[in-house]
Design a protein around this ligand. Structure first.
Ligand code: UD1
Ligand code: CA
Length: 476
């Protein structure tokens, strides 16, 4: 048996009230259709077909060649949508004798659930009377679902869409989530015979009554109701997000990560976390982030696309596109921006910001500092209020600090500038010129002790002041 999954995803998603196609709205860090695709991929070896319509260019740009596409130009119902995949499925996957139908807006549907349907179908298919198998769910609130109508023997006789229900049928709690596993030959022979509904659409659900009328059988497989809610509004989106978040947290907890409050911990599916790490409340970990073992992340932290080593600590801080080597720590109220790299054991205290810079092991930056475009060697003490003045209004410039440097509080490092190994700056220095190894400077502009004039006739200061203003005038 060879199964080809077909995902229906042509709908408008009108109720999302969005310019983004519904199926591209993210759930726990992945576009919802990607979740659906992953589930489908897990249930078959054949590349799935996605039926696209509304916003198809955007959908195809996101999914690329992970799937094949059929286009439904006009939305004429679920049977019509599936029919659009017919030619493609019959040509390219001739050997597929089974068609698994699912949707692009059901991100919570698990591979296991799809497989249980496929397996049940596989076991029953030697019965030549079997036309297809489908999932059913039972739910207290049946609103929005087609009702499963059974005959006197308990066999499924029809699916009745909500709008067409009698009062009695409306009370039925066994419902159609819309997931089917068809015998391909039977499907393609019958799909084009589905009658047009009063609304002018073609309902996939009519295939049940058609099969029964032919003396064929439809197998139903009960599924959990919480996986098959399609997302129609942003309220549903938030509910799916909450559900998915809990699933992801559970996966990490079962793998050895302590999450003290899963309800306020948002971890994208793409994130990896090592064992014995602790994630404290109010924390978002997103994108392509990898966290090592024994790390403590949070409370109230945001980590995006970052690599955080073993034993690191991130307290009430934001870390974006940054790297923290083992044992380094930041916070509270720290910010690592793109290209920040803290070497092993580096300490960043309150209100520190680092961007595009490397701080080598043993370096400490306790309070209120901004370090940008800098390379700072081992065991440097970065005093409170140190700022790399890395931007002259036009260009970014680099600051280089050697090992064992002591930077006094409130030092401005006017880049480009280099501080040699073991250099020291006094509190409040404005360093406009390079300081040699073991050199000491203080004041504004900074100069060696005993010297009354600024070094080198302030030429660097002129450059830093005048050039950018001239350039800026031109661009204004
Ligand atoms: C459908 C089922 C209903 C079931 C419910 C479960 C039919 C006729 N009804 O109803 O029995 O209980 O799903 O959620 O099948 N789509 C297309 N092209 C179309 C129409 C729909 O691709 O022309 C796609 C949509 O993008 C969506 C899915 O099919 O992903 C379901 O369509 P929707 O209009 O939401 O069907 P329901 O009315 O909810
Ligand atoms: Ca729906």
């Amino acid at each position: 048996m060879k199964v080809i999954p077909v995902l229906l995803a042509a709908g408008f998603g009108t109720r999302m009230k969005s310019n983004l196609p519904k199926v591209l709205h993210p759930v726990a860090g992945r576009p919802m259709i990607e979740w659906c695709l992953r589930s489908a991929e897990g249930a078959s070896d054949v590349i799935p077909v996605v039926v696209v319509g509304h916003g198809r260019e955007q959908v195809m740009a996101v999914l690329g060649d992970r799937c094949a596409y059929a286009v439904q130009a006009e939305l004429l119902g679920t049977a019509h949508a599936l029919q659009q995949a017919g030619a493609l499925v019959q040509n390219e996957a001739k050997a597929a004798d089974t068609v698994l139908v699912t949707y692009g807006d059901m991100p919570l549907l698990r591979t296991e659930t799809l497989r249980s349907l496929v397996d049940a179908y596989a076991r029953a298919r030697k019965d030549p009377a079997l036309a297809f198998a489908m999932l059913t769910i039972t739910r207290e609130d049946p609103q929005g679902f087609g009702r499963i109508v059974r005959d006197a023997h308990g066999e499924i006789a029809a699916i009745v869409e909500e709008v067409d229900c009698t009062n009695d049928q409306r009370r039925i709690r066994e419902l159609n989530p819309g997931i089917y596993c068809f015998d391909a030959a039977w499907l393609w022979a019958n799909l084009s015979r589905v009658p047009m509904s009063a609304k002018g659409e073609y309902y996939l659900t009519d295939l049940v009554a058609m099969a029964v009328a032919q003396g064929k059988r439809v197998l139903t497989v009960a599924a959990a109701a919480d996986e098959t809610d399609g997302i129609n509004t942003r309220v549903h989106l938030a509910q799916a997000e909450a559900h998915m978040r809990m699933r992801i947290c559970e996966r990490h907890m079962l793998a050895g990560v302590t999450i003290s409050d899963p309800a306020t911990t948002w971890i994208d599916d793409t994130v990896r976390i090592g064992t014995d790490s602790l994630v404290l409340p109010g924390t978002l970990i997103q994108g392509n982030t990898v966290i090592g073992r024994n790390a403590v992340i949070g409370p109230h932290s945001v980590i995006v696309d970052s690599t955080i080593g073993d034993g690191c600590r991130v307290t009430m801080s934001m870390v974006e596109k940054a790297r923290m080597d083992a044992g380094s720590n930041i916070g509270p109220y720290g910010h690592l921006r793109s290209g920040a790299h803290l070497g092993a054991g580096v300490h960043l205290g309150n209100f520190g910001e680092v961007k595009d810079s490397y701080l080598a092991p043993g370096t400490k930056m306790g309070h209120f500092s901004y370090i940008g475009n800098a390379r700072i060697q081992e065991n440097v003490n970065i005093g409170a209020g140190t700022i790399t003045c890395n931007y002259d209004g036009v260009h970014k410039h680099e600051t280089i600090v050697g090992r064992d440097v002591f930077i006094g509080s409130d030092t401005m490092l006017v880049a480009p500038v280099t501080l040699g190994d073991g250099a020291r700056t006094g509190a409040g220095s404005v360093v406009t010129h390079d300081v040699p190894a073991r050199g000491v400077v203080y004041g504004v502009p900074a100069r060696p002790p005993g010297s009354n004039r600024a070094p080198l006739q302030n030429e660097g200061i002129e450059k830093a002041d005048a050039a950018p203003f001239a350039a800026r005038k031109e661009t204004l």
